[in-house]
Design a protein. Structure first.
Length: 261
């Protein structure tokens, strides 16, 4: 047991690292809160990895094992992409329904849009790097690799996945998104556990964020094929549910012999 503790983080240490990350990002929000520069998002996302990388480096922990940096078959990543696309559409409709029942305050919505809407190619590149690439890797490494991995070593996988998903939803500080982020966190946790790798989660996470970025920046008139009376077309919702269900069936089949099982 002691040898295991020296090779991997304990749950207590993993929790402290998540708290330290949360505090660091709050400091960043205070320091850069008044700026609407797209570089702010990039810096905040990059800061997500700082505490955990320092911890792993100082403790000389095995990087690939701690973060589940394990190569997987290209077919598994392709299936993950389909799951990510389907999930993006379904949660988009969930968000529209939640906004009907509990509208987000206009000032909060405006501030979020100002950060995520780009006015130049340079801003688009920064947003893609920050929200699709860095966020996809950083958040999956911290939550599904580091934190969930620590939980899995001391409890059953269901508790580990659910606990990580709740923490993941909480640290986003957005009550209007908490349901969809919780669902996303659970599905990502299952995929990372099943495959033994963060890379399927990175693909889903990246596509999810890319879809959100695209929808925020799209002109309403260009979405007539997708939106009907303010809601996602039932055709696209049905197709997306099929993509998710069959995607997970294929995903489970491809990971039958995963070393994580």
């Amino acid at each position: 047991m002691k040898e295991e503790e020296t090779r991997f983080p304990t749950v207590r240490n993993a929790f402290f690292i998540v708290v330290a990350t949360l505090l660091l990002t709050l400091v960043g929000e205070v320091l850069w809160g008044s700026t609407q520069s797209k570089a702010k998002i990039l810096l905040l996302e990059a800061m997500t990895l700082l505490p955990v990388l320092v911890y792993v480096f100082l403790r000389r922990l095995p990087f690939r094992e701690v973060f589940r940096w394990r190569a997987v078959d290209g077919g598994l990543l392709l299936v993950s992409g389909f799951i990510g696309l389907g999930l993006s559409v379904v949660t988009d409709e969930m968000d529209r329904l939640i906004q009907m029942l509990l509208p987000m305050p206009e000032e909060i919505q405006k501030a979020m849009n100002e950060l995520m809407i780009f006015d130049s190619t340079g801003e688009l590149v920064v947003l893609i790097i920050a929200t699709v690439v860095i966020a996809g890797f950083a958040e999956e490494m911290l939550f599904r690799g580091f934190f969930q991995g620590a939980l899995e070593r001391v409890t059953d996988v269901t508790k580990a996945v659910l606990s990580t998903a709740f923490v993941f939803a909480f640290v986003h500080f957005n009550p209007w998104w908490i349901i969809e982020i919780l669902i996303l966190g659970v599905l990502l946790g299952v995929m990372v556990w099943r495959s033994g790798s963060i890379f399927p989660g990175v693909v889903v996470h990246g596509i999810y964020n890319a879809a959100a970025l695209g929808l925020i920046n799209a002109e309403p008139s260009t979405l007539d094929w997708y939106v009907v009376r303010g809601h996602v077309s039932p055709v696209w919702i049905l197709l997306s549910l099929v993509m998710i269900v069959f995607g997970f069936r294929v995903f489970y089949r491809l990971t039958e012999n995963s070393g994580a099982l």
